[in-house]
Design a protein around this ligand. Structure first.
Ligand code: FAD
Ligand code: UDP
Length: 363
C-alpha cells in the first residue's frame, strides 16, 4: 500500500513526490506519457537541448521558487528578448521604446506616451482583450503585434477574450527588450529533464500508465491520490468537456549554424499559421554545427487530445467549479497543477503551489 499515488510526473507532481518522500511517505507516480517531466521535458539532439513542448524560460520574482529550482540545476544568464515579425516588418518585444521607435519613427518616451495617450482615447471601458490592449499600447501596436497573434493563439476574436491574458506582457518606456520584469531568469544548463530526474530520484514511477483508464484498480493501492491531470477526465466527462487550447510543435533539423539569430521569433500576422519559431540552440548557446527549430501551431484541442492552455472564460469556469464541487466529496483526493486547477500557471507558480500543498497536507 502506498501513502500517495501521484498522477502525473510534471513539475507539480514531481515536487510534491520529492517532498513527500523526504518526509518518509511512500509514493508511486503514474504517468501516461512515455517520459517524465510533463510539459517542461527536454531531450538532447546533436548537442542541443530540445524543448519538446515549446520554449520554457524560467523567470520569477519569488526567491523561494528560485532557490528551490536551483537545488536541482545550474541556471545560465539567458534573458528572453523575442523578435516579432509582422509581414516584412521586424519589431522588438515586449512593447518598449525599441518597438515604439520602429513603429512611429520617434525617439523619446514623451513622444511615445503622447501617441499612445491619443490612441487609447477610443477605449472608455475595458471589457475584453481588445479594449485592454488598445488601452495599454494603442491601436497601431494592437493591429500589428497583438490582434493576429492572439486570435490564432486562442482561436477566437480578441473581443471574446478576457483582458488578463495581455497583461502578462510588460509595457515600458525604456529601451529594454527583456520579455519579463522578474528579478530571476534563466535556462537550466543541460535542460529541464535532469531537474525532474533528481526530484523523482528513489521514487517508483510507472510510465505509459493512464490513471483514468485504470482508475478503480489504482485508487485502491494508495491512501491518498494527488491528481495533476485534467479534472473533467478524472470524472469521465460526466458533466461535460472543459475546453483547452492546444498546440502542435513541428521540429526541423537544418544544416546551418544559426537560423534566426535568437531563441524566439513571434509571427504576429493572422495569415502565417504558426505563432512562434523557436531555435533551441540559443537557449544555451550551443556550438553545434547544425540547428533545430520548432514551429508552434495553435490548434483545437480535439485535433491533438493534448490540453495545454485552459480557457478561463465564464462558461468554462462555471463548469470547472462544478467539477471542483464533485472533487470535494472525495476526501482521498488532492488536486494540483496547471490542468487539475485549470489555471495558466508558469513554472514558478507551479512550484510555490506544490510547496503550499505539501505544507497544508503533509506533516
Ligand atoms: P504538466 O507539465 O502538464 O504535467 C502534468 C502531467 O500529468 C503530464 O506529464 C501528463 O502527461 C500527466 N497526466 C495527465 N493526465 C494523466 C493521467 N490520466 N494519467 C497519468 N498521467 C497523466 N512556464 C514558465 O514558467 N515559462 C515558460 O516559458 C513557459 N512556457 C510554456 C510554453 C507552453 C507551450 C506551455 C504549454 C506551458 C508553458 N509554461 C511555461 C508553463 C509550464 O509548462 C507549467 O507551469 C508546468 O509545466 C506545469 O506543470 P504541471 O505538473 O502542473 O503540468
Ligand atoms: N501576445 C501577443 N503578441 C505577441 C506575444 C504575445 O499578442 O507577440 C499576447 C497573446 O495573446 C498571448 C499573450 O500575449 O497569449 C501572452 O503571451 P505569452 O508570451 O506570455 O504567452 P505564452 O508563452 O504563455 O504562450
Amino acid at each position: 500500500m502506498y501513502d500517495y499515488l501521484i498522477v502525473g510526473s510534471g513539475l507539480f507532481g514531481s515536487v510534491f513526490a520529492h517532498e513527500a518522500k523526504k518526509k518518509g511517505y511512500k509514493c508511486l507516480v503514474v504517468e501516461k506519457r512515455e517520459h517524465i517531466g510533463g510539459n517542461i521535458y527536454t531531450y538532447e539532439l546533436e548537442g542541443i537541448n530540445i524543448h519538446r513542448y515549446g520554449a520554457h524560460i524560467f523567470h520569477t520574482s519569488n526567491k523561494e521558487a528560485w532557490d528551490y529550482i536551483n537545488q536541482f540545476a545550474t541556471f545560465n544568464n539567458f534573458v528572453n528578448s523575442p523578435i516579432a515579425f509582422y509581414k516584412d516588418e521586424l519589431y522588438n518585444l515586449p512593447f518598449n521604446m525599441n518597438t515604439f521607435s520602429k513603429m512611429w519613427g520617434i525617439r523619446t518616451p514623451q513622444e511615445a506616451e503622447a501617441i499612445i495617450k491619443k490612441q487609447r482615447q477610443e477605449v472608455t471601458k475595458i471589457e475584453n482583450l481588445e479594449d485592454q490592449a488598445i488601452s495599454l499600447v494603442g491601436r497601431d501596436i494592437y493591429e500589428k503585434l497583438i490582434k493576429g497573434y492572439t486570435e490564432k493563439q486562442w482561436g477566437r476574436s480578441c473581443t471574446e477574450l478576457p483582458p488578463e491574458i495581455i497583461k502578462r506582457l510588460p509595457v515600458r518606456y525604456t529601451y529594454n527588450n527583456n520579455y519579463f520584469n522578474d528579478i530571476y531568469q534563466g535556462i537550466p544548463i543541460g535542460g529541464y529533464t535532469q531537474i525532474i530526474e533528481k526530484l523523482l530520484d528513489g521514487i517508483e514511477v510507472r510510465l505509459n500508465t493512464d490513471f483514468c483508464k485504470e482508475k478503480e484498480k489504482l485508487s485502491k493501492i494508495a491512501n491518498k491520490i494527488l491528481y495533476t491531470g485534467a479534472l473533467d477526465a478524472y470524472f469521465d466527462y460526466s458533466l461535460g468537456h472543459l475546453q483547452y487550447r492546444s498546440e502542435k510543435f513541428e521540429l526541423e533539423r537544418l544544416e546551418e549554424e544559426n537560423h534566426q539569430g535568437v531563441a524566439v521569433v513571434n509571427y504576429t500576422e493572422r495569415e502565417v499559421p504558426y505563432t512562434r519559431i523557436i531555435e533551441h540552440k540559443h537557449f544555451e548557446n550551443s556550438s553545434s554545427p547544425v540547428t533545430y527549430i520548432s514551429k508552434e501551431y495553435p490548434v483545437d484541442y480535439s485535433e491533438t487530445g493534448e490540453p495545454y492552455y485552459p480557457i478561463n472564460d465564464k462558461v468554462n469556469t462555471e463548469l470547472y467549479n462544478k467539477y471542483r464541487e464533485l472533487a470535494k466529496k472525495d476526501d482521498k483526493l488532492l488536486l494540483g497543477g496547471r490542468l487539475a486547477l485549470y489555471s495558466y500557471f508558469d513554472m514558478d507558480k507551479t512550484i510555490i503551489a506544490a510547496l503550499e500543498l505539501v505544507k497544508n497536507s503533509l506533516n
